[in-house]
Design a protein around this ligand. Structure first.
Ligand SMILES: NC(=O)c1ccc[n+]([C@@H]2O[C@H](COP(=O)([O-])OP(=O)(O)OC[C@H]3O[C@@H](n4cnc5c(N)ncnc54)[C@H](OP(=O)(O)O)[C@@H]3O)[C@@H](O)[C@H]2O)c1
Length: 196
């Protein structure tokens, strides 16, 4: 069982628009099955979603799950609404680490998709629990939105540069992720899947 993402982001790194719309839905060429979705879904036996993303669509999903027959684990510290369990939604127990344990103990034959949002993917990354970090870079610049990765911008500082020149070994080269595969789509989107 591998834990995977297949997350659509803008070229400037946002997985959702400022109003919380997934970036997938902000491009005209995405139809819900395109951009490798069908191939990816065929690998997946369970889905993980963060509570904020779940809450966006819960009213609809509790009636009509987009993942019929597949358990959907919600990363949350709060109880789920009534009817969630019958609709296949399971609340995490014990935070992200507890959720990884729940997934490992679920004896899934195939893989798990960590759908998002960004805080959920980041929590899994921090645990080293993402086996395949799949990102589909969509050919759109948003300028503003919810970034996939926590961003801590640092303006250029002559002081920091001078400190680096004085002691270059203090900021060594980072280890590389290994590219597992890549794919290009007709609209100019590029899928990158890294082993992490
Ligand atoms: N582009 C895509 O493929 C894609 C996919 C999915 C979602 N999205 C978008 O992502 C946006 C939401 O992302 P988000 O980052 O704000 O929220 P999120 O990851 O969907 O959910 C965050 C919630 O997860 C729960 N959580 C519990 N423990 C946590 C921990 N240790 N670390 C992080 N979260 C923890 C918290 O809920 P509690 O308060 O209940 O504890 C937290 O509020 C939405 O706009 C959605 O449309 C995009």
């Amino acid at each position: 069982m591998l834990i995977r993402t297949h997350v659509g982001i803008s070229l400037d790194g946002f997985l959702a628009t400022p109003d919380g719309r997934p970036t997938w839905d902000a491009i005209p060429t995405f139809d819900g099955t395109s951009h490798g979705h069908d191939d990816f879904t065929a690998l997946i036996d369970a889905v993980v979603i963060g509570r904020s993303s779940f809450d966006q669509a819960a009213a609809e999903w509790l009636v009509n799950s987009p993942w019929p027959g597949k358990p959907v684990y919600v990363l949350t510290s709060q109880p789920l609404p009534t009817g969630s369990s019958d609709a296949g939604f399971i609340a995490s127990q014990g935070g992200p680490a507890g959720l990884v344990k729940q997934l490992r103990e679920a004896n899934l034959a195939r893989d798990v998709q960590v759908l998002g949002g960004s805080r959920t993917i980041q929590a899994f990354l921090e645990l080293g629990a993402i086996d395949r970090l799949g990102i589909v870079v969509l050919p759109i610049l948003l300028g503003k939105g919810i970034p996939l990765f926590a961003i801590d911008p640092a303006p250029f500082s002559k002081q920091a540069w001078d400190a680096h020149l004085a002691s270059p070994s203090a900021s060594p080269a980072r280890p590389l992720l290994r590219l597992d595969h890549q794919r290009q789509y007709r609209d100019g989107s590029v899928e990158l899947v890294y082993q992490s």
